[in-house]
Write a protein that binds this ligand. Structure first.
Ligand SMILES: [Zn+2]
Length: 263
């Protein structure tokens, strides 16, 4: 799209938003906010807040960077956790992540012996990243730490789409590990729950495109323990009733959506 149209969109779409939004909604939160989720996610344009609900106004405090890295925006994260006191932090990676691909390429380039290990790596090695600016590379290079951990397991997967999703999953685990180093006490005290997820728009986890899969809760990654943890969180609902229809639906969703690409 060229700039004239983009500029027109900017004016017109915002005007439509103004007309379609009740003034009272703005007035109610004109001087304060009280979000309940700190969302750390990737800047990728395919990942948008509405995957968590139609209207996330005043609900989700969003921190974004390439590859949903904890260390890049720690100040913003701590503002949301310590000042706004959100009880949940969601670290959300996604399928087909460009930052994860870059880090995978960098890992393989640095260590020649892991070439020809898997389909996704073979494919990636044809990409030329040499023209990227130093700033872009510097921001994404720390991702080689989690990716290096994940690469040896790729040969057990043998499916390009799942291999890349697995590396995104490994990255989310690593970012949560880092967050737990600083906020582990809050998690132990029950003041904070750190959830890891992957937004899957390619069908790496299931054929339901657009799903957010929960792959980590407070550092728990063993599937049985992870599902158990999800069920115990649901029990903290004020009107929890195991016999209600709502609970049954939630329970089924836990079985389907609290999952991991296993190796
Ligand atoms: Zn990404």
């Amino acid at each position: 799209m060229e700039v004239g149209n983009i500029f027109r969109h900017l004016l017109v779409h915002n005007e439509a938003f103004v007309k379609n939004t009740e003034v009272t909604k703005f007035l109610a939160y004109a001087t304060h906010q009280n979000p309940y989720i700190t969302l750390l996610t990737c800047s990728d344009s395919r990942v948008q807040g509405d995957i968590l609900g139609k209207d996330i106004f005043n609900k989700v405090f969003i921190i974004r960077n390439a590859g949903n890295q904890f260390a890049v925006n720690r100040g913003s994260i701590e503002y949301s956790l310590f000042v706004l006191k959100t009880p949940v932090m969601l670290v959300l990676g996604h399928t087909d992540c460009g930052a994860v691909k870059f880090a995978t390429h960098a890992c393989v380039t640095q260590s020649k012996e892991i070439v020809n290990l898997s389909k996704s790596v073979d494919h990636l090695m044809k990409t030329d990243y040499s023209s990227l600016s130093r700033e872009i590379k510097t921001e994404m290079l720390p991702l080689t730490i989690p990716i290096e951990r994940g690469i040896p397991d790729l040969k057990k997967i043998q499916n390009e789409m799942k291999e890349l999703a697995f590396l995104s999953q490994t990255n989310v685990d690593y970012q949560i590990e880092k967050a737990l180093k600083y906020y582990g006490e809050r998690v132990k005290e029950g003041k904070l729950t750190i959830i890891g997820g992957i937004y899957d728009f390619v069908g790496a986890y299931s054929n339901q495109l657009g799903r957010v899969l929960i792959t980590n809760i407070n550092g728990i990654i063993n599937l049985i323990d992870l599902q158990e943890s999800a069920r115990s969180i649901i029990k903290r609902m004020p009107n929890y009733d195991e016999n209600s229809g709502g609970y049954k639906i939630t329970s089924e969703l836990i079985s389907e959506k609290v999952t991991r690409i296993a190796v």
